[in-house]
Design a protein around this ligand. Structure first.
Ligand code: NI
Length: 189
């Protein structure tokens, strides 16, 4: 597995349902969680590792890793919050994004068991960010156009700048440069 970076067409495709949820998904989920840890991220979705299936993993500090297969967000709060987000597929870029403060999500775990979860705070934020990945949507798409163009230009400048700030596709660890940044960020997902 390797991380798809901004510009990869896979990040823009809609992922397909997992059908059936076979035993191989336990290994796939474990591999994705390993990848998430390697990138020091908090969430990772199938399309980010070239797996065009509806699966994502989330690991928030202080709780166990969670696996969401064929997820549906079945409820969102009316209350919106702004929070700074980053993405393992767009290393080095951070932006405040407005989203519902809490969500209710239904999904299956890696063992094929259905569950429903009410999430708020960082968890709700990361779930929404990852769920977007399954639709081919990136967090920068949720910025006003002017701001979005600015952050894309910034990303491209860094990518062209000799690879110091932005790890190559096969080298470096995307997001590693964010180690130690404020834990309040929902980033690198
Ligand atoms: Ni992301």
């Amino acid at each position: 597995m390797e991380i798809e970076l901004l510009g990869s067409g896979l990040l823009r495709q809609k992922a397909e349902p997992v059908q059936p949820i076979g035993h191989e998904y336990r290994k796939i989920a474990d591999d994705m969680i390993d990848m998430l840890h390697a990138g020091k991220g908090v969430g990772l979705a199938g399309p980010q590792v070239g797996l065009m299936k509806r699966i994502f993993v989330v690991h928030i500090e202080g709780s166990a890793p969670l696996v969401f297969i064929n997820p549906s967000i079945i409820g969102t709060s009316q209350e919106l919050t702004r929070y700074e987000e980053g993405c393992l597929s767009i290393p080095g870029i951070w932006a405040e994004i407005e989203r519902p403060a809490s969500v209710r999500i239904q999904a299956w775990n890696a063992q094929g068991k259905p569950f429903t979860l009410d999430a708020e705070g960082i968890l709700a934020r990361v779930i929404q960010h990852e769920n977007d990945h399954l639709e081919g949507v990136l967090f920068i798409d949720r910025l006003p156009e002017g701001k979005r163009n600015k952050v894309i230009a910034k990303y491209e400048r860094r990518a062209a700048g000799g690879g110091k700030a932005v790890p190559g596709k096969n080298g470096g660890v995307p997001g590693a440069e964010k180690t130690g940044r404020a834990a309040a960020r929902a980033g690198d997902s």
